[in-house]
Design a protein around this ligand. Structure first.
Ligand SMILES: [Zn+2]
Length: 286
């Protein structure tokens, strides 16, 4: 929030503010997505596994590189909080901030999920989004953000002084902690999420983070191509469609389904899993 300023504006304030902005990272400068290969692979793929995420819980799922996964709305409008880890190295995980800088505040088909420094490479590419029609609404809102963090019991405790255990942070901590056999370490490896199906934005006047009822309906899905071997964690947020509140048992909540698909390997010809980042890592030190 920018409250009423205390500092007088300089004489050239209007000139300084009138300078036109420059997009920091043009999408044209990023490594291209091979859309023809992905279309061939999608046309050949078969479902090999399904994981059901119960309401107000999280589950982990495994996706080998070169496979696809879909997050599907089934029973009612429900938002999901998604984490991704390298299946062989939990410290390489989804980097929401850099993904936002590269692709914008909300992501859809053709955008990539980037991993943390020093690995910084595509972990997954979004290959289909049945909510891409939504675009932007009159409030500046859109779907599938990488601006939120995840609902968590610590913020909730500051605001309400209670102990709620089914925030997405806690759900992901239990699910990933169980997966790696270490709940304490699991909590530190849970990270800022992609808010699947969530409709959010910043208010046009004060630029505060807002949420509103998700437009998702049963049958909608978002689909990803795994660029590396992945472990995914998905929490069915206690906020349900996030039309009223989260961090409580008040909202109507529904399960989410994750389907894993294997394409015909012949369709992946010409594709290779991306290497970790090519920077030499010395930071200029001998
Ligand atoms: Zn949540």
């Amino acid at each position: 929030m920018k409250y009423t300023p205390e500092t007088p504006a300089p004489a050239d304030a209007e000139q300084r503010k009138a300078i036109k902005p420059l997009v920091c990272y043009s999408p044209d400068t990023l490594p291209p997505v091979d859309t023809a290969m992905l279309a061939r692979a999608r046309a050949s793929m078969e479902k090999i596994d399904t994981v059901v995420v119960p309401p107000r819980e999280a589950e982990c799922f495994s996706v080998p590189k070169g496979h696809f996964f879909r997050i599907v709305s089934t029973d009612g409008p429900q938002v999901g909080d998604l984490n991704l880890w390298n299946a062989h190295n939990p410290e390489e995980r989804f980097y929401s901030g850099k993904t936002r800088a590269l692709h914008g505040t909300h992501v859809s088909t053709g955008d990539r999920m980037w991993s943390t420094i020093p690995y910084l490479r595509p972990m997954a590419t979004i290959t289909h989004d049945t909510l891409d029609w939504y675009g932007w609404d009159e409030f500046g809102g859109s779907v599938h953000d990488v601006i939120g963090t995840r609902c968590d019991p610590y913020t909730n405790h500051i605001l309400h002084q209670d102990h709620y255990h089914h925030c997405c942070h806690s759900n992901l901590t239990r699910a990933y902690g169980k997966h790696i056999g270490d709940y304490k370490r699991g909590e530190f490896l849970v990270h800022d999420v992609m808010n699947v199906f969530m409709c959010t934005g910043f208010t046009l006047d004060t630029h505060q983070y807002f949420m509103k009822a998700s437009p998702v309906r049963p049958g909608d899905y978002i689909e990803f191509f795994a660029e590396i071997d992945l472990i995914g964690g998905l929490s069915a947020c206690p906020g349900g469609d996030c039309s009223s509140e989260h961090s409580s048992d008040v909202a109507a909540c529904y399960p989410l389904v994750v389907d894993i698909y294997r394409p015909d390997p012949a369709t992946l010809e010409g594709w290779s899993s991306p290497d970790v980042n090519g920077y030499d890592g010395t930071h200029g030190m001998p």
